[in-house]
Ligand binder design. Structure first.
Ligand SMILES: *Cc1c(COP(=O)(O)O)cnc(C)c1O
Length: 356
């Protein structure tokens, strides 16, 4: 399994200085102006280390999630938290159950640590199947289960009751790692309640809806006991000061966040309509991206290649049953219109080569 090839590298490969970046689920709408202002002011103090406890940010997050600051750890994104979770809870050889096809970064950490993924099979649209997760745990004896909800790359979302039932169906000594990178795109009342469950770790990020991917900042919500373990393992100055200040300001701009989410919903509708115009299926999504059915795995790969030749960066799901899809991030209205043109041209080329 190869880690992501970055858009910068893809641009170099096709000899372009820039690509239309619709492949990494970055926000097309940027950070809140309040966050930008706070970070601009903070830059002059880059000579200072940040607060290693991120206490001000944790206090604000604790108020938001109605928990204690001691039930939150801040890190340089969820990818960083994944490394902490593997180091804290996996030994070499240990299995970790995840749905085949889901966001793969945890697997890189597992592999690097000598642990391994044990896959549960997804449903027809790439979403989770709780019974198959429970079976994989029973079969493998795994003590860690990874669920991205909403999921990337399928875009599917399992509601409160499904997640609660899954938690109850898993043995109490199995830790559930709920990766909620896209939670900000889901109405609050559809998300699992904020109450801390000692058997569950939830992770959130400022990389997606908040538009701060390049700042590298995210957090985990878990019991004080679990957070204390992370405190022993984490890189104490691993979160940069400007990111802490930007995140705090971003939290304070709910109107901006709501605007982003509304525009993302419009963007998803545009992509669903684009797919339909070409007679293609697209998957329902609770995120800032949409998967479009191109046909076979080879056709989807050819489509990613044809788009890249035209200067457009998208990615595709890595496992069946949705490996014949491409995954497109919601761009601005202008980017969506440009994508629609590139998409039609690339589709023609792919269909000429391999008629469906
Ligand atoms: C983007 C993404 C992440 C990475 O988040 P960072 O906070 O930027 O590290 C984690 N999980 C999922 C499911 C994602 O799509």
């Amino acid at each position: 399994m190869t880690p992501f090839v970055a858009p910068e590298e893809l641009a170099r490969r096709v000899g372009r200085s820039e690509l239309l970046r619709l492949g990494a689920n970055e926000s097309a709408f940027g950070p809140s102006p309040r966050a930008i202002g706070a970070m601009r002011d903070a830059v002059t103090r880059t000579s200072w280390y940040g607060d290693p406890e991120s206490l001000e940010l944790r206090a604000a997050l604790a108020a938001r999630h109605r928990c204690e600051a001691g039930e939150i750890v801040v890190a340089s994104g969820i990818d960083d938290l994944m490394g902490l979770i593997v180091r804290a809870f996996c030994a070499p050889g240990d299995p970790c159950v995840a749905t085949r096809g889901t966001y793969p970064t945890l697997f890189y950490h597992l592999n690097a640590f000598g642990a391994r993924a044990e896959f549960a099979e997804p449903d027809a649209d790439g979403g989770i199947v709780p019974a198959s997760i429970v079976d994989a745990v029973a079969r493998s004896g795994a003590k860690l289960v990874y669920v991205a909800n909403p999921d990337n790359p399928s875009g599917s979302f399992a509601g409160q009751a499904t997640i609660a039932d899954l938690r109850e169906a898993l043995p109490d000594d199995v830790l559930l790692f709920l990766d909620e990178a896209y939670a900000d795109f889901v109405p609050l009342d559809r998300l699992p309640p904020d109450a801390i469950d000692p058997r569950t770790i939830r992770t959130r990020t400022f990389s997606k809806a908040y538009g701060l991917a390049g700042a590298r900042i995210g957090y985990a919500l878990a019991s004080a006991e679990i957070i204390a373990i992370f405190q022993k393992l984490r890189l104490h100055f691993g979160v940069n000061r400007t990111a802490q200040i930007g995140a705090l300001a971003a939290l304070d701009d709910d109107a901006f966040l709501r605007g982003v989410v509304a525009e993302v919903i419009r963007g998803r509708d545009d992509y669903h309509a684009l797919a339909a115009r070409h007679g293609l299926r697209s998957l329902p999504s609770s995120t800032n991206f949409v998967c479009i059915d191109i046909g076979t795995k080879q056709q989807a790969e050819a489509m990613v290649g044809a788009l890249l030749e035209g200067g457009v960066f998208v990615r595709k799901p890595w496992a069946p049953p949705i490996d014949g899809f491409i995954r497109v991030t919601v761009g601005t209205a202008g980017e969506r219109a440009a994508f629609a043109e590139h998409f039609s041209e690339a589709l023609d080329r792919v269909r000429e080569k391999a008629p469906t």
